[in-house]
Each structure stands twice: as structure tokens, then as C-alpha cells.
Write a protein that binds this ligand. Structure first.
Ligand code: ATP
Ligand code: MG
Ligand code: FE
Length: 348
């Protein structure tokens, strides 16, 4: 199955063609136009600017993805587009473009939950089998999920306040780093030693798998004001990165223990933008090994937003016959464990 994927839920306009075969997924093309420069002056993503830029870019980005894949439209089996969650103005651009393309070419449309895209993204780099335990850490989400298959996931825990990526971004801003803050903070942390900073540890000893990052965010942002030298800032960045890694590991460890009691096939996957962080990847890999889990993270290029993960989720859905109505609506909010069928409850 060969599927075109479209992603426009935040500040990347992306299109990709993915082929799903018995041997696994093959990315034929993956084009990403980042709007970072459009939003940089505002210190964050401005929804109106994002939507307008998606309108300008979507056609060119899609044409490039098709030509880099060496395909014409008759070579496709379906068109997948992110239908939420995200900034609804942007989501509507990609979804409407996908609907038009599907209608014009007589192809099935597959509306994909953006988080489901992140959930399957590790499968773009390695052949894997379901089920697996997933830590999804992105700009807007921080969740532990049991993933039994496409459209069949349940949530074991979630953040009660901020997402990990959001904490990286806000603390980076307080440290005077640009947006997005995660990569910049990681770079700064490389020359730091955070051992002199004491940062709060949230939810210690709690029996569930929830997360909390707002206490850390507030404490670190306050400490950032007291930093005088570049070395002070690097030290704080290192402390923050380690504190975030530690909380992700503590909560994942709890989930692993429960999961291991119920499953023989033990695979732990981390996905989402924060999974690009090397300290976090290493910490989680060590933890997985310690608990007898195989470990998998997406190739670096597919951690942050991309359309290959949307094309793959679309192909997996298409394989199961989970296609969408052409009048499916964009959804600003859309919990992952409700991503079950083709389905937009609003229209059913
Ligand atoms: P969501 O998927 O929840 O809707 P999003 O699409 O904006 O949110 P992603 O693109 O998956 O999120 O990830 C972006 C986030 O990942 C940002 O918060 C960014 O700071 C963070 N991030 C990216 N690279 C790194 C890194 N190397 N270290 C830490 N954080 C990172
Ligand atoms: Mg982005
Ligand atoms: Fe994302």
C-alpha cells in the first residue's frame, strides 16, 4: 500500500509518501517546510500566521513529495491527512487539501490523529510488532500508552499540567534561548554540570503513571533569573534536562512493572519531539534494558512533526479498511484512546 500523508497541525507544513509492505514501511519521500522563521519574533507559534503559511505552502510541498517519490497520482492507494488535534486553522488546510486530492483522484481519504502518527513513528525506522508500551513526549503531550495496534490504544498515564516539551520550551525561553527551546537547551546543557542545582521532584511515590512539570518549570525559570554567566546557564540547562529525564524514567518504570506482568512481548517505545533528546533517549534505553524490555525510538528525523508518520498511520488504517467519510471534520481536541475507528463522532 502506498499512501500520501499530509501534516499541518502546528508549524510544519509536511507531505510524504510511504509504502507499507510485508517487510515493513519504506519512506519514498518526506518533505517538511518549517515555519520557525515566521514565528521566531513572537517567541511561539501564532495560529493565524501558521494557517496562512500552510495555505501558501501545502500545494508546493505536496508536489515535491510526489515528485521525489517518483510517483504520479495513479501510483497511490490513499490520501491520509492529520484531522487533529492541533491548531484548527492549520488542520483544516491539510485536511481540506487531502479531501480535494482524494475526491479528484478517486482515492480513499484517511483522517489521522496526529498523536497516532507519533505513536507509530518508530515503525518508520525498524520493523516492529504490536503490542508495545509507549511513552509519547511531544510539545503538547506527555503520556504513557499501551498500544495494541492501530486505532487500539489505552492511556495509562498523562501529565496533570504541562507537557515535557512545553517545559523545555518555557525554561529555554527563561534562559534566553530561542524557540523551539528543546534542541537549544540540549546544546547548552552539553557544556554544563547541573549537580549544584536542586530542582523539585514531582509526584514521587505516587502509584499511578501521571506526570507533572509545572513545579519544575516555575523553579527553573526563577533560577534562570539568578544566572550570571554563560556557565551558570549551561549548568542550569544540564540540571533541567536531567530532571526531566529522571521524571520520564520514574513514571515509565512504574508503567513497565505493570506492563511486564501482563505481557510476554516486552517492547518499550519512546516517540514525539522530546524523544530527539539524546540524554533522554539514553536514560530510557538503560531503563528498558534493566527491566527486560527491547527499546525503540524513531529515527531522529521522525521524532518532531513530519508527514511520514501520518502516511504510515494512514497506510496501517487503510490496510484494516478504516477509511473516513469525505465530510470528516477537523478536531482541535481528539484524545488518542478514542482514535478507534474511522471516526468522527460528530458525523456518526
Ligand atoms: P503535539 O505533537 O503534542 O501536538 P508538537 O507537534 O508541537 O506537539 P513535536 O513536534 O512532536 O510537538 O515536538 C516538539 C517539541 O519537542 C518541542 O517542545 C521541542 O522543544 C521538543 N524537542 C525537540 N527536540 C528536542 C530535543 N533535542 N530535546 C528536548 N526537546 C526537544
Ligand atoms: Mg513544530
Ligand atoms: Fe507533534
Amino acid at each position: 500500500l502506498t499512501v500520501l500523508g499530509l501534516e499541518t497541525s502546528c508549524d510544519e507544513t509536511a507531505a510524504s509518501v510511504v509504502r507499507l509492505a510485508a517487510a515493513g514501511a519504506q519512506v519514498l519521500s518526506s518533505v517538511i517546510h518549517s515555519q520557525i522563521d515566521d514565528h521566531a519574533a513572537y517567541g511561539g507559534v501564532v495560529p493565524e500566521i501558521a494557517a496562512r503559511s500552510h495555505v501558501e505552502m501545502i500545494d508546493g510541498v505536496t508536489r515535491r513529495a510526489m515528485s521525489e517519490a517518483g510517483l504520479n497520482w495513479s501510483g497511490l492507494d490513499g490520501v491520509a491527512a492529520t484531522a487533529g488535534p492541533g491548531l484548527v486553522g492549520g488542520v483544516m488546510v491539510g485536511l481540506s487539501y487531502g479531501k480535494a486530492a482524494a475526491l479528484a483522484r478517486g482515492l480513499p481519504l484517511i483522517a489521522v490523529n496526529h498523536l497516532e502518527g507519533h505513536a507509530v513513528s518508530a515503525r518508520l525506522g525498524a520493523e516492529t510488532t504490536y503490542p508495545f508500551l509507549l511513552l509519547l513526549v511531544s510539545g503538547g503531550h506527555c503520556q504513557l500508552l499501551e498500544v495494541r495496534g492501530i486505532g487500539d490504544m489505552s492511556r495509562l498515564g498523562t501529565t496533570i499540567d504541562d507537557a515535557a516539551g512545553e517545559a523545555f520550551d518555557k525554561i529555554a525561553k527563561a534562559l534566553g534561548l530561542g524557540y523551539p527551546g528543546g534542541p537549544a537547551l540540549e546544546k547548552l546543557a552539553a557544556s554544563g554540570d547541573g549537580s549544584r542545582f536542586e530542582l523539585p521532584r514531582a509526584l514521587l511515590g505516587r502509584k499511578d503513571c501521571d506526570f507533572s512539570f509545572s513545579g519544575l518549570k516555575t523553579a527553573a525559570s526563577r533560577l534562570a533569573q539568578t544566572c550570571e554567566t554563560e556557565q551558570d546557564r549551561a549548568d542550569l540547562a544540564d540540571a533541567v534536562q536531567k530532571a526531566i529525564a529522571r521524571q520520564l524514567a520514574e513514571r515509565s518504570e512504574r508503567a513497565m512493572k505493570d506492563y511486564a506482568e501482563q505481557h510476554e512481548h516486552r517492547l518499550f517505545v519512546v516517540a514525539g519531539g522530546v524523544a530527539a533528546n539524546k540524554t533522554i533517549r539514553r536514560t530510557l534505553e538503560d531503563l528498558a534494558t534493566k527491566h527486560g524490555f527491547a527499546f525503540l525510538a524513531p529515527p531522529m528525523a521522525y521524532c518532531t512533526d513530519n508527514a511520514a508518520m501520518i502516511a504510515l498511520a494512514g497506510a496501517e488504517r487503510l490496510e484494516k479498511g478504516l477509511v473516513s467519510d469525505i465530510d470528516v471534520a477537523a478536531r482541535p481536541r481528539w484524545p488518542l484512546d478514542e482514535a478507534r475507528a474511522n471516526v468522527d463522532p460528530v458525523h456518526k
